[in-house]
Design a protein around this ligand. Structure first.
Ligand code: 6PG
Length: 274
């Protein structure tokens, strides 16, 4: 593991095969650096191809992205070039408290000048299976129109950025441990009706889509997730459990972990300098 201390961060380094680790002194510092990182990616993507295709998740992630709605980002980010997707969504009405769309709309999308037609959420009047199929069809049209790139090595879309949270069981998006949805290879979007985390019905990007992204950022805070972070990142040899978060391994892209110190506290590969 190569390490490099960045002034404002507790730790920043690159793990041999589990991507880049950015560990922050506090949630506040993580939020600031996350906003900065996303703003830089947006700028680079808009410069290179005129648009920025970003996929969000639910949970604490949206709150942690909150600084993007503040100065300077609210004025400096080229919001009109953003195309918004969800790496997973709960199949509930858009005005339901559990909706990831509602969370993102209230916490981010309504506070910055995003173009409404660039927001690609599920049709909430359909079943989980139908909503997943229609959402995949929608993404296929955008890949055809080149708003979303296509992977160089598979037929999958190549999102400029996929943002994921992680549960204490190691799930990411709606890919839960030991669930058959982890094996889906021939679809971009799949559905489940038995999520262990409520609500039960969800749609989710499949692993091939997540692993085809240009950049996948996993944002994890809090001590309750320290064990899962350890299992997802550290070298554990042949007995390593097959945690969904560990299956996130972009083929040609980059994996970046945004952690706070409590979430990183069980990492064996990191020694903090006090
Ligand atoms: C969801 C999610 C899910 C979430 C993690 C982490 O819709 O439930 O997309 O994958 O990101 O469960 O959530 P927290 O950060 O709130 O713990």
């Amino acid at each position: 593991m190569q390490t490099e201390l960045v002034e404002s961060m507790a730790f920043s380094g690159v793990h041999r095969d589990r991507g880049e680790l950015r560990i922050h002194e506090s949630v506040e510092e993580l939020s600031t650096n996350l906003a900065d990182y996303i703003a830089d990616l947006s700028e680079a993507s808009v410069k290179e191809r005129g648009v920025f295709a970003i996929a969000l998740s639910g949970g604490s992630l949206i709150g942690l992205m909150g600084k993007l709605c503040e100065a300077p980002y609210n004025k400096t980010v080229d919001w009109a070039k953003w195309y918004i997707f969800w790496a997973d969504e709960r199949v509930v009405a858009k005005n339901h408290a559990d909706s990831n769309y509602k969370l993102a709309k209230e916490g981010l999308l309504s506070k910055v000048p995003i173009v409404p037609s660039h927001v690609h959420s599920i049709n909430d009047s359909l079943s989980a299976e139908e909503a997943g199929d229609e959402y995949e069809f929608d993404i296929r049209q955008l890949v055809k129109a080149r708003m979303v790139c296509v992977s160089d090595i598979s037929d999958c879309p190549k999102f400029d950025l996929i943002l994921l949270g992680m549960g204490s069981d190691g799930h990411v998006a709606s890919l839960f441990p030991n669930h058959s949805v982890l094996d889906v290879k021939n679809q971009w979007v799949s559905f489940i009706t038995d999520s262990p985390k409520p609500p039960p019905e969800r749609i989710t990007f499949t692993l091939p889509v997540i692993n085809s992204a240009s950049i996948v950022v996993v944002v994890v805070t809090g001590e309750s997730k320290a064990e899962a972070v350890h299992l997802a990142i550290d070298d554990l040899g042949p007995n390593c459990p097959s945690l969904p978060a560990r299956m996130v391994q972009p083929t040609n892209g980059k994996l970046v972990w945004f952690l706070d110190k409590p979430a990183a506290s069980k990492l064996e590969s990191v020694q903090f300098c006090e």
